[in-house]
Design a protein around this ligand. Structure first.
Ligand SMILES: Nc1nc2c(c(=O)[nH]1)N[C@H]1C(S)=C(S)[C@@H](COP(=O)(O)OP(=O)(O)OC[C@H]3O[C@@H](n4cnc5c(=O)[nH]c(N)nc54)[C@H](O)[C@@H]3O)O[C@H]1N2
Ligand SMILES: Nc1nc2c(c(=O)[nH]1)N[C@H]1C(S)=C(S)[C@@H](COP(=O)(O)OP(=O)(O)OC[C@H]3O[C@@H](n4cnc5c(=O)[nH]c(N)nc54)[C@H](O)[C@@H]3O)O[C@H]1N2
Ligand SMILES: [Mo]
Length: 637
């Protein structure tokens, strides 16, 4: 971090963090640009034009918070607290920025907007199968002899992982990648299965069936550590090699080659990403992929296991047990739960009871990132909806707001960072003064809470206090804290399934039982996926450094439509239409198109992005998003 005359000029990796090894990605190196970007919100703003137009005038914080408190109280009086919907995500904020907001909205009994847009399906599949067992440590992959990267694109989204895989490769490890695109990792892999999006469950069940029929199961491990095995294998029986080859669009020989590696090569390390969860079969896909190392007993030694989210290992205190001396708390009514992926529906459905009268968006940009974008925009444009957006920059969502509140960047306050990709907790000191009148999420929530009549003592936003209250005994939040040493994270040795039986569960998974494959009625021929790019983190940085607003297709699909690289095309389904450039991409398989995740709506002609094609149907587990179930046609204009 370089600061000159109080201004942040450069951002780099902090020393002492074993996972970053002293380097960070290009886009975060440019973070200083966002701190001082022309789009930065410097004062609270009140809307002066139509919703979506982006005309605002500055007002004071006191004035803005008074108006917000009044509108919240008015909605509560007219429709009850469930008519207030706090849409909070804060994926890019420091770890403890939601503490006071969560407390405030919980005490007010507002609706609770469930975090289903990302990782909910993957996370639930993992927890159903392994309970609280911790993830394998990425640092441990260097000991693997087989590395499976499934539905993840670490060169882009987890930049510190590929060098570790390269180290394993140099020591002789084989690498298998399962991804519809030839990613950077796929180019270097020994085996790449470029399957059709949404068909992972079929591939994984066919692998399980082959292992079953070819003496590839680790029976001793299964007897000791798994349950539901027979039921699971019965579900796999219909998925022959031929059927899987046809459904997934891959060679049967490649499936056999993969199965042989799984049966013969140990230890195997599974890096399972989020590409496979974002479709109707996402839960089944995750369960069936997580089952593969169980079936082959790929655990118990360094270099084995499943790398999943690691954020749960963060050393935060759980809820403090009551000491029983205070007055008993009256039972509270459950809060209404709203699925994040249904934002457009709950804003526009006239029968929604109570209606959403106040929407508060903090740390998220749903106008650009949520599915069913047209419906989301229609909902945000509702005249009788009062919308407040707390953000650093004037996002696509902020343009629809009645009030915009300026948020700090993490350079402007002290907090700690935890990652969902490493066992590290790092101090985040404030390095520059506040830019403009920006406030942290906790400060904003505290100021609103006191206006709504809550006790200021319960809402102290002082960063030292917030961090001190949250961390476990003995953790200071200073410097770099290693949550678990790499040698102490081996699954089925140092950390075990937290299921009731202590075994990995292969059947009886909530909502699905055993993995199922549902076909999609294909109204349009191209599956449109929208993976992360190296330019943005979701939509962050999209205002000045967004990815090209283009659609990518394979040479085969371009030729059959008479399209050439650079042509202007119309991407459409039955409802939406977006005009962009086409790029012919050698790394895409036929039948698959790709548009970047995180584009800003205002950078595309019609004001819509790939999310206009993303259905708001839900995955089969945990109500997850199905972005990659988008189906489109592309034609020259
Ligand atoms: N640079 C950058 N890094 C990021 C982010 C970012 O926006 N930019 N976002 C962060 C966030 S919020 C997240 S959740 C993670 C996501 O991290 P990843 O899961 O690595 O990222 P994605 O790009 O969502 O998807 C990964 C891969 O899945 C493939 N894929 C798509 N559909 C399917 C399918 O049906 N099956 C299989 N097997 N593969 C499929 C895509 O081609 C893509 O290469 O990254 C984080 N890191
Ligand atoms: N088409 C398509 N869409 C997708 C996906 C996909 O694969 N395809 N992936 C999805 C995924 S994985 C995710 S996680 C979601 C993410 O979608 P969002 O939750 O919308 O995430 P971001 O776009 O990163 O927006 C975060 C916002 O928070 C602001 N911010 C950052 N720090 C702070 C802070 O401390 N306080 C406040 N108040 N604001 C802050 C940033 O300026 C930014 O505008 O998008 C999803 N959208
Ligand atoms: Mo995400």
């Amino acid at each position: 971090m370089q600061v000159e005359d109080g201004r942040l000029v450069a951002v780099d990796a902090a020393p002492g963090n074993p996972i970053t090894g002293g380097f960070i990605c290009q886009k975060v190196k440019q973070h200083a640009r966002r701190v001082y970007a022309p789009e930065r919100v410097l004062t609270p703003l009140r809307r002066t034009g139509a919703k979506g137009e982006g005309s605002f005038e500055p007002i004071s914080w006191d004035n803005a918070l008074d108006v917000m408190a009044e509108r919240v109280q008015d909605a509560v009086a007219r429709f009850g607290p469930a008519s207030v919907a706090p849409y909070l995500y804060s994926s890019s904020a420091a770890a403890l920025q939601s503490v006071l907001g969560d407390r405030l909205w919980r005490r007010l009994r507002t609706s609770r907007v469930e975090h289903t847009i990302c990782a909910a399906t993957h996370g639930k599949a993992y927890h159903e199968m392994f309970g609280s067992m911790l993830s394998a440590d990425p640092l441990d992959v260097v000991h693997a002899r087989l590395v499976v990267v499934w539905g993840a694109n670490p060169a882009i989204s987890n930049t510190h992982f590929p060098p570790l895989v390269a180290e394993a490769s140099r020591a002789g490890a084989r690498v298998v990648v399962v991804d519809p695109r030839r990613t950077a990792m796929a180019k270097r892999a020994d085996l790449h299965l470029a399957l059709r999006p949404g068909t992972d469950v079929v591939l994984a069940l066919a692998l399980a069936r082959w292992l079953d029929h070819n003496d590839g199961l680790d029976r001793a491990f299964l007897d000791a550590h798994a349950e539901g095995v027979d039921e699971y294998l019965a579900a796999a029986q219909p998925f022959t090699l031929d059927r899987a080859a046809e459904v997934c669009g891959v060679d049967a020989a490649a499936i056999v080659a993969f199965a042989e590696l799984l049966a013969s090569t140990r230890p195997a390390f599974f890096r399972v990403g989020w590409g496979l969860e974002r479709n109707r079969n996402g839960g089944s896909a995750c369960v069936s992929v997580f089952a593969l190392p169980v079936l082959t007993g790929q655990f118990g030694v360094p270099g084995s296991g499943i790398m999943s989210s690691l954020s749960e290992a963060a050393p935060f205190r759980g809820p403090q047990p009551s000491n029983g001396t205070g007055p008993p708390r009256p039972p509270r009514a459950p809060r209404r739960v709203l699925n994040m992926n249904h934002l457009g529906r709950w804003l526009t459905d006239p029968s929604f009871d109570p209606p959403v009268a106040v929407l508060f968006v903090q740390g998220s940009n749903p106008a650009a990132t949520a599915p069913n974008q047209q419906l989301v925009h229609a909902g945000l444009a509702r005249d009788d909806l009062f919308t407040v957006v707390h953000d650093q920059v004037l996002t696509d969502t902020a343009r629809f707001a009645d009030l915009v509140l300026p948020a700090t960047t993490h350079f402007e306050y002290a907090d700690v960072a935890v990652s969902y990709g490493s066992y590290v907790l790092a101090e985040m000191p404030a390095v520059i003064d506040r830019v403009g009148e920006s406030r942290t999420n906790n400060e904003m929530s505290a100021a609103l809470a006191t206006r709504l009549g809550f006790d200021a003592a319960d809402f102290d936003p002082d960063p030292g206090r917030v961090v001190g209250d949250a961390l476990e005994e003995g953790v200071t939040g200073k410097g770099v804290h290693i949550v678990r040493e790499p040698s102490a994270t081996v699954q089925f040795r140092d950390t075990h399934p937290g299921t009731p039986s202590g075994r990995a569960r292969l059947a009886g998974i909530d909502e699905i039982g055993v993995p199922q494959y549902q076909e999609l009625a294909e109204a349009f021929p191209l599956a449109l996926i929208s993976p992360a790019t190296h330019r943005t983190i979701s939509s962050m940085f999209g205002e000045f450094n967004g990815p090209e607003a283009a659609v990518r297709i394979s040479a085969v699909d371009a030729a059959s439509r008479g399209l050439h690289d650079g042509d202007t095309v119309r991407v459409h389904d039955a409802i939406a239409s977006v005009t962009v450039a086409v790029r012919v991409d050698r790394d895409l398989r036929p039948g698959v198109a790709s548009m970047p995740k995180g584009l800003w709506c205002r950078t595309v002609g019609e004001g819509f992005t790939a999310n206009a094609f993303a259905p708001d149907t839900l995955s089969d587990l945990a109500g997850g998003a199905t972005f990659n179930d988008a189906r489109v046609e592309i034609e020259k204009v």
